[in-house]
Design a protein around this ligand. Sequence first.
Ligand code: NAD
Length: 325
Amino acid sequence: MKKAIVCGAGGFIGGHLVKRLKSLGYWVKGIDVKYNEFEETVADEFVIGDLRDPKICEREIVKGIDEVYQLAADMGGAGYIFTGDHDAVVMHNSALCNLNTLEASRLAGVKKIFYSSSACIYPEYNQLDPDNPKCSEESAYPAAPDSEYGWEKLFSERLYLSYGRNYGMEVRVARFHNIFGPQGTWRGGREKAPAAVCRKVAEAEDGGAIEIWGDGLQTRSFLYIDECLDGVLRLMESNETGPFNIGSEEMISLNDFAKLVIGISGKNLSINNVKGPQGVRGRNSDNTLIKKSLQWAPSLPLKVGVEKTYEWINSQVESLKPISL
Ligand code: NAD
């Protein structure tokens, strides 16, 4: 039986990953500063611990672990990452988690370690045209991410790759492009665009309006959680290191995304474009390299994932409504 540690197991992707690894027969330990707020964990062991503390990492990442998945990060959507208010804590917290987890894994003789980087590492200068963004893996340099979150991710990618080269650890690096699905943060300020739009639509009264930040012409692609995990496991099983994009190539403008969610809801809603943090003008995954190297790319239509996500967020919204007698 393979033994894995999932760092950030109380989070969205980490929570789903624990379930997937358990279904594959792994023994799994989760580490996080919090439990998952939406579901009880199925991990064999779940440690509440702060990965910024090297002693916690060395205490919990011990000999006999086959794989470590490092997903813990100080993380959020545009409302958290692009205001500038959290730059210092994001860089400080995430860099410490990455440094400590990796060093403890080295000391414990962990053979394989996965690091979740982000599409936010790609240079802003290649993402100015919403219809034609460039996010192929080699275009990361000369580096010019548009957020400190992206700069920290780029530093940590290089950190993990260095450990691979210098210490012979098997390192796997993926750059996730906007992952969404049920059990993801959907309110509170850290939610990302797909969850935020689903929440706004679920909360809106029929005949009303929802707000979309910016002119709504900015483009993104969104990858459903199950396919993200398919890509992660495919990469872990391979002999490739990466970095690889793990994302969808089905690019859509934010206004069209909002129309898709409104259509799924069956409500009659209009869109108000308002001032707000947006990030780059255009972003899309480029799956050329992952198709060639891992013979894999996601294929689920966006609409299918959005239907499942809207249904879950709508049920969350409904469950919080006061019961009228
Ligand atoms: P998430 O915020 O739901 O999960 C991150 C988890 O890390 C949280 O549960 C948090 O409590 C935990 N964490 C933070 N600081 C910690 C600390 N000091 N010690 C222990 N745990 C700590 O985010 P997610 O969407 O599941 O993202 C997982 C990873 O994937 C992150 O590294 C993120 O940067 C990366 N990523 C995600 C996306 C996406 O669209 N969701 C896109 C690109 C990259």
